[in-house]
Design a protein around this ligand. Sequence first.
Ligand code: SF4
Ligand code: ZN
Length: 314
Amino acid sequence: MKCSFCSNRAIYCYKGRCYCEKHFVEYFEKKFVNTIEKYNLIQKGEYIGVAVSGGKDSIAMLYLFNKYKEKWKIDICGLVIDEGIKGYRDILLNYLKNFCKKENIKLEVVSYKELFGYSLDEVVKLLREKSVNIHPCTICGIWRRYGINKASKDLGFDKLATAHNTNDEAQSIIMNFFANNMINMARLGVKTGIRELKEYFVQRIKPFYFHFEKESRIYCLIKGFNPPLVECPYIVGALRDKVRRKLYELEYKYPGLNENVVKNFLKISEKFKKYAFEYLKISLNLCKICGEPTSRDICKACEVKQFLDKLSRQ
Ligand code: SF4
Ligand code: ZN
C-alpha cells in the first residue's frame, strides 16, 4: 500500500487515507496542535501540568508539549502519581525520569505513601490479610483523582493535560453510563471543569481526544521512544479492562465505533456539565479533614484512609 500523499510505502491507514512514516508524523502532530487550537485548550503564558503515566500516550504528549511550548509561549511540567506498585510503577518511573532528563523537562512525583501513608501494594496486602473484598482499582481511582487535583493546585498549574485518547474516552463514557454516574460524566470531553469552580478543581484538557491508542504506539515507535511494556498487576478483574477488551473486539468488527461513541458524546457533554454545576453549587463543601472540595463532610479519599487505618488496628 502506498502513502496517499507521496509514493512511499504506507505504514498506517484510516478511513481511506494512508500515511508513510513522514506523513504519519505530520498527521499525528497536526491533530495535537489542531485540537489544542480549535478547542482553545491553552492560553499564552499559562503553566501547564502534563499528567504522565509512563505509557506511550503520555510520553508522546509530554514530548509534543515540550516541542510546541515556545510556539504557544507556555511553561510545562510533567506530573506523575507514584501509586507504589512494585514491578510496575518503579520501572516506569525510572524510564520517565531518564526521559525527562534527556529532553530537559521538569518532572514532579507525588506518591500515595506521602499523601495517605500507604503505598497501593501496602493497601492490597492489608485488604488481603483482613479478607476485605475491594478491588484495588476502586481505591486507586479515588486517590489518583484526589492526588492529581491537589498536586496541580499546589504546583500552581493553570491547567492539567491528560493523555486520554479516543479509546480511553469511549471506555469512560460507557463505564459511567453503566454506573449511572452523571457527575463523572461532567469530567469527560475535550476540556473539563466549570469556570465558577476553578479555585477548587484545576481544569483538565485532553489534546489527544481524537487520537487512537494505536496511533501513539506508532508515533513512539517512529520517534524511538520505548517505554517499558509493563502492566499494572492489579488490572485483572477490573471493569475497565473488560470494557476495553470488548470495545476493541467491536472496533475490529465495526471500524469507527469508538470514534462515534466519543463524537456523539461531545454533542451532549455540555448538558452533563450544567447538571454537575447545579449539583455542586448546592452541595460543595470542604473536607473536614483535609480541606479539599467534596460534596460530603469528609472527602472520599480521606474516608478510604480512615477505613484503612481502622482496618490496620483491628
Ligand atoms: Fe491503579 Fe487499577 Fe490502574 Fe493499577 S490498574 S494503576 S490499581 S487504577
Ligand atoms: Zn479529605
